[in-house]
Write a protein that binds this ligand. Structure first.
Ligand SMILES: Nc1nc2c(c(=O)[nH]1)N[C@H]1C(S)=C(S)[C@@H](COP(=O)(O)O)O[C@H]1N2
Ligand SMILES: [Mo]
Length: 563
């Protein structure tokens, strides 16, 4: 270390020295490189230790959860299916900016930048801990990332100081007696091998210090780069499964899907399509990194309270007589008026057939389904053994399941929210009892049972849109899976409920479209919708949040009618 440390940022100088002025930029670069290397190694470690959650994906997931639904919808409408990519890109920019700031702070004041990185690490730990998919072995990664980032930043800033000090010394020499020998020939300022030796009168001793800093920066950037390549190679494994899926040809159904009755699709502009295309289908799971399951390696085990354990591989499953059904699935986290619901044509083998082979023992009342990434759902045994079309699904809208929707095999159960039934990448069905086993979300503030609540939504006119005075067309969807929708009503400005026209239903397991034309003069109106199921039970008016068992309340939109 140089003993004659000058004040680096305000070194008075007769000859203008570029380095000190550029120093904050180098400090910022040091911050970005150090944090980049840390983050990348954290991701790599996560790839090995806890494939389902990494520091970055955990923070990303936390951001997704924290963002209000309006902003989320806006981001999805802006970026479409690239919303997760946009989120990761945006996070990258924010992290880089804060890392640059950390570098400059550390340059200005020792530990200030390290504190910034430590906060990064703590945010990462907090995110990992609060993520649904978080587990104990996901905690060390953000800490490792932060510690590495801090060590690298400290190292880089020290070298940058050496360079800056050497520059300042050179300035001082230039200002002082030029014949005097250069002071403070410290180890750091000693020319390295290959560096031309400097005469006392010639080049400033800044050169080797500069080179050392730049070397260190390059090493750090290389760690980040190589780590990044490795991390993305891990991700490239996805490509192999994508290819297997692409080659897969699914058999036809032994039992065809219900025909779609004429008029089931009202064709109202702005109304969600009756059948949700796979690419638009909402995706909810705890895995920012999609589990990659090779169908040829896939096995499903039926275990627990059964007469015979059963094991099924993918070819055996495809050889079964398959059933095709339209089924609308929904997420318990769907807000009133929300989009976390979709209707698809699923192809699969009825779960009850599989359970019949296994023979559940008396006393069993729950099936704990487990996915390749360890997530679990607890479904009432009776729901999986009654006559409804609960499927071990392999196909979605005529294709193999998309990777994000559970390839190669998932559960689809009419009438229950996804978190208690729709296990994607399913690998085990354990027949058990609610008293003995607890599913993933149950200890996390969500109810043990999750029947879907009767709900309705206004899609047209879109909230906040203005429409022309005259006859205004309202339209939307209503759902009460496995009970069926019997009636949809609309009211304007809390007036009388008016019955909407209901499109024919595909089945009681699917949503139904509705529409109603209302003559409206110019002004602003509050419009509400409510549905009643086929048993005559209306949806709940009282507002309730999504936790613990699904939102209730009437979807309410404000419509501006222009003259
Ligand atoms: N393996 C796994 N399966 C899962 C989940 C999950 O986190 N992991 N989430 C469930 C939830 S909460 C819902 S709403 C549905 C959503 O299915 P989708 O993403 O195909 O729409 O998947 C269910 N299956
Ligand atoms: Mo969900």
């Amino acid at each position: 270390m140089n003993t004659s440390r000058a004040v680096p940022s305000s070194a008075p100088s007769g000859t203008p020295q570029p380095a000190p002025r550029r120093t904050p930029w180098w400090a910022a670069a040091a911050g970005v490189a150090a944090v980049g290397a840390g983050v990348v190694l954290g991701e790599l470690a996560a790839g090995l230790l806890s494939p389902s959650v990494s520091p970055v994906t955990a923070v990303g997931g936390a951001v997704i959860d924290a963002v209000p639904p309006g902003v989320k919808d806006w981001a999805i409408s802006l970026f479409g299916t690239a919303d997760k990519l946009a989120l990761l890109g945006g996070m990258g920019l924010v992290i880089a900016a804060l890392a640059a700031l950390g570098g400059v702070l550390e340059w200005r004041r020792r530990f200030a930048g390290l504190a910034v990185i430590a906060i990064f690490g703590l945010v990462g730990v907090a995110a990992v801990l609060t993520r649904a998919e978080g587990s104990a072995n996901a905690v060390p990664e953000p800490l490792l990332a932060a510690v590495l980032g801090m060590v690298l930043l400290r190292w880089l800033i020290r070298r940058l100081k050496d360079w800056s000090d050497a520059d300042a010394d050179a300035d001082a020499d230039a200002d002082a007696d030029p014949a005097a020998p250069a002071p403070a020939a410290s180890a750091e300022a000693t020319p390295a091998a290959g560096e031309p030796a400097k005469g006392p009168m010639g080049q400033p001793p800044a050169r080797p210090a500069r080179r050392r800093f730049l070397q260190s920066l390059a090493v750090t950037a290389a760690i980040a780069g190589v780590g990044g390549v490795l991390a993305s190679t891990l991700r490239g494994a996805a490509a192999a499964v994508v290819e297997l899926r692409g080659k897969l040809v699914l058999p036809g159904p032994a039992s065809r899907a219900q025909p779609i009755p004429a008029g089931a699709e009202l064709g109202l502009a702005g109304l969600d399509p009756l059948i949700t295309p796979n690419k638009d289908f909402y995706r909810i799971d705890t895995a920012l990194r999609v589990p990659l399951v090779d169908p040829h390696q896939w096995k499903l085990k039926v275990t627990g309270l059964v007469d015979h354990e059963v094991e099924l591989d993918f070819d055996a499953l495809l050889a079964k007589p398959l059933t095709e059904r339209y089924i609308t699935i929904a997420c318990v986290s769907n807000e009133v008026g929300g989009e976390l619901i979709g209707n698809a044509r699923w192809l699969g083998w009825p779960v009850r057939e599989l359970l019949a082979q296994a023979g559940p023992k008396p006393g069993a009342d729950m099936v704990l389904s487990r996915s390749a990434d360890g997530w679990t759902a607890g479904t009432p045994l009776e729901v999986l053994t009654d006559t409804r079309d609960a499927l071990l699904a392999v196909g979605m809208n005529g294709e193999p399941l998309p990777l994000e929707h559970g390839f190669p095999v998932r559960l689809v159960v009419p009438g229950l929210y996804g978190y208690v039934s729709a296990t994607k990448w399913v690998t085990e069905l354990k027949v058990t009892r609610f008293a003995d086993d607890v599913a993933y979300w149950t200890p996390r503030g969500w109810s043990e049972r999750g029947p879907i609540k009767t709900s309705s939504r206004i899609d047209v006119p879109r909230a906040g849109r203005s429409v022309n005075a005259g006859t205004v067309d309202f339209g939307g969807v209503a759902w009460a899976q496995h009970r069926g929708i019997g009636k949809v009503e609309v009211r304007v400005n809390r007036g009388e409920w008016e019955q909407a026209e209901l499109a024919p239903a595909i089945s009681t397991d699917t949503w139904r479209q509705w529409k109603l034309s209302v003559p409206l003069g110019p002004g602003q109106y509050e419009v509400q919708v409510r549905a009643t199921d086929l048993a005559g039970v209306p949806q709940v008016e009282e507002r309730a949040p999504v936790a613990p068992s699904g939102a209730t309340g009437y979807h309410t939109v404000t419509v501006d009618v222009k003259s």
